[in-house]
Design a protein around this ligand. Sequence first.
Ligand code: PGA
Length: 257
Amino acid sequence: MAEVVIVPSAAEAGEIAADAIAAQVSSRADSVLGLATGSTPLTTWKALAALSLDLSRVRGFALDEYVGLPAGHPENYRSVITREVVEPLGLTPSLVRVPGDDGPAQGAGERYEDAIVAAGGVDLQILGIGRTGHIGFNEPGSSLASLTRVKTLTQQTRIDNARFFPSLEDVPTHCITQGLGTILRARHLVLLAFGSAKAAAVAAALEGAVSAGTPGSVVQLHPRVTVILDEDAAADLEHADYYRYAWDNRFDWERWS
Ligand code: PGA
C-alpha cells in the first residue's frame, strides 16, 4: 500500500518530499536520486534548497530526455535539470546523468541502465504523472517491465508540454525515458501531483487496475511509495478519507516500542 498524503498546497507537498530527500541524503551523502522535470517537482526543489544541505556528493539520474533538441537548447532536460536542480541545489554537474547524454540515441537506453546499475541503483525517485497516466515518458501501452529506451510521445503530452515551446510543432516527437521496470527498481518512489487536470490519472494510477493503459499504476507494485497530492489532484480518489485518516494516525513507533 502506498502512503498517500493529501495536503492543501503544492508548497506543503514540496516540503514533505524535500524532507524525504533530506532523510535519504543524511543516511548517505552520495545517495542516488532519480530526478524529474516538469512543473510538479519545482516546489520540492525550492523546499530542498531552503534546507541548505550539502548535496555536492549526491548522484542524479534524470527520468527522461527529448530526442532531437540540440545540445544547449533551453528546453532539453539536461538544460532544465542544470537550471532547476543542479545549480540551485549545489549538485556536482558531472555526477548528474540524463538519458542520451553520453552519445547517440542508438544504444543510449542500455548505456543508461548500465550506469544506474554501476551507481548501485536509485535510492529515491521523484515522479510526476502526466494526464495520460505516464510516469517518466512511459505513455499508455508501455511494457510494465520496460527499461530505458526511445519512445514516441503522445499528442496529449506534446500539447501539454507545448507551453515550454514557441509552438506545438516545436515540441519533439520522441524521447528517451527510463522504463517502468527501471522506475520500479528504485528503492523509494515519491510521486507528486497537483491540480484538477491530474485527478483522473491519479485515481486510475492508485486505485484502478495495474495496466499498461495507465503506466503510473505500476506504483502499486512497488513496496515503498509515497504519493503526495493537493486536494484538486486527490479529488477523484474513492478512498481519500481513509488516506487522510491513515496519515493523521501514522504509526507511532516510539509509543508502541
Ligand atoms: P508536469 O508534468 O509536472 O509538468 O505536470 C508531469 C509529467 O508529465 O510527468
